[in-house]
Design a protein around this ligand. Structure first.
Ligand SMILES: [Zn+2]
Length: 220
């Protein structure tokens, strides 16, 4: 029987990225179970495969937000690329809402920590469900997005996700239960897209972990 082919991150249990790792492993095993079930259920096969893709996409969303919460400060502390993006982000926000941001930072003894918290909140408020949003997140960690996922692959995944959600809305509206509007996707296509985005979540954890433990030497 075919199964999903997805890796697991190579992190240690006591690392700050271990909660994100646990979230990933739960998401991955949910997807694997749904996929395995799809292989034994002829009538609901496509529903299950669509669920696998939706779960895969929510996995990277949860993983990215958890990594931001637990690891962003640590990465900014050691990585020059992440520091630079942090500085740019804060400088842009200060231009947009100077009073709010400065008041918040200056009323806290740990003003730098408070500004990092501000960045984390902005990540938490978005959904990591497009290439653009994923690349904004990877930039904050000083990670090259292509090391996580290519633009083409991400676009294919999130376009399919959007269409599936749209089709589900149509189906809910259609009282007759007619499925005429649903596009039939090749099983393999759904499988590969799900594997691709889960793999991206795995690489995201591995890359953040590497940033913390193997920080790039500072230019002298
Ligand atoms: Zn780690």
């Amino acid at each position: 029987m075919a199964t999903l082919k997805v890796s697991s991150p190579t992190v240690q249990k006591d690392c700050t990225c271990s909660t994100a790792d646990a979230i990933y492993l739960t998401g991955k095993s949910t997807c694997e179970n749904l996929y395995n079930l799809s292989q034994t259920q002829a009538t609901s096969k496509e529903d299950l495969l669509r669920a696998v893709l939706l779960f895969s996409c929510s996995t990277i969303d949860s993983v990215g937000k958890q990594l931001a919460k637990d690891c962003l400060k640590e990465v900014i502390d050691v990585d020059e690329g992440a520091q630079k993006i942090f500085e740019e982000h804060i400088s842009r926000k200060i231009k947009q809402q100077p009073e709010k941001l400065l008041a918040r930072a200056l009323s806290n003894p740990d003003y730098r920590g408070e500004l990092i918290k501000f960045v984390i909140e902005s990540i938490d408020g978005t959904s990591l469900q497009s290439y653009q949003q994923i690349s904004e997140l990877t930039a904050k960690f000083g990670i090259v997005t292509d090391e996580i996922i290519s633009q083409d692959k991400a676009k294919a995944v999130f376009d399919a996700r959007q269409k599936i959600i749209h089709e589900m809305d149509i189906e809910v509206l259609a009282e007759s239960g007619s499925r005429a509007q649903r596009r039939t996707r090749a099983e393999n296509e759904l499988k590969q897209l799900s594997e691709g985005i889960l793999e991206a979540a795995c690489k995201l954890i591995d890359n953040v972990h590497k940033k913390i433990h193997e920080p790039r030497a500072k230019d002298t």
